[in-house]
Design a protein around this ligand. Sequence first.
Ligand SMILES: CC(C)(COP(=O)(O)OP(=O)(O)OC[C@H]1O[C@@H](n2cnc3c(N)ncnc32)[C@H](O)[C@@H]1OP(=O)(O)O)[C@@H](O)C(=O)NCCC(=O)NCCS
Length: 233
Amino acid sequence: MHILIRKFQPSDHEAVRALFRDGIQEHIIPSFTHAISQPLHITVTLCFFTVGYILGGGSVVLALLAGGLWIGLLYYCCYEFYAGYVRLKLNTDMQDIAGFYLSSPDNCFWVAEAEINDQPQIMGIVAVEGKEPPDGGQKCGELFRMSVSSASRHTGLGSQLGQTVVNFCKERGFSKIVLHTSSTQSAAVALYYKMGFKLVQTPEEAEAPWWFLWLVRVSLLRMEKILQPCKDM
Ligand SMILES: CC(C)(COP(=O)(O)OP(=O)(O)OC[C@H]1O[C@@H](n2cnc3c(N)ncnc32)[C@H](O)[C@@H]1OP(=O)(O)O)[C@@H](O)C(=O)NCCC(=O)NCCS
């Protein structure tokens, strides 16, 4: 299948938003199964069942209700962690993609397009925003919105989109590329390591409170790739 990586066009808007939403929200169920299978959360679940049973005077229904409440809370937190992020971003940079990513030469948004049954389809997306470091010095690029449709995974498309960002950042003379992801996004983390990104720290400025992250059992990750300038620059 021939895939063309090109800049975002306004007609891509809905397909791009759907690909972003699906790529993030697919992590809800895996993160819930990960959280619920942690020894601490298994213990808490059993405690809820036991307390419900005792306080309910030996009622199995109340025991199930108490355990179910805890499991429901965990699911809600996992759901909100990803769906809340999607809501926030669909109402900010992903609301006016051209306005946010294509109005400055330091930003860009790309789509990967394939012809399927003679119809062009968006199979992948990625974006970059050029940023001034807080301590001054050379600009860096922040990679955002990496997502590949499930039908096109494991074909090297994620790597091609990543390389597109690397080439752009080198051309702009950026010193490095940074990105934020989460420990549950294991395919993305593996892709970034393969591209030469390194884990630098867990960011302090999480959008969710600490107890929320503790319940979901997820770590936020910041990764960086230092760039060698282009030879002709
Ligand atoms: C992450 C993602 C973009 C990877 O896209 P892809 O097109 O499948 O990636 P590639 O085919 O280029 O794979 C490149 C490397 O990534 C790693 N990788 C990709 N999918 C993987 C998986 N499911 N498990 C482990 N490693 C994986 C491998 O190292 C792979 O190299 P290999 O093929 O030599 O083993 C895709 O899985 C995706 O869209 N995920 C959902 C959205 C998301 O989480 N985005 C990240 C936002 S921070």
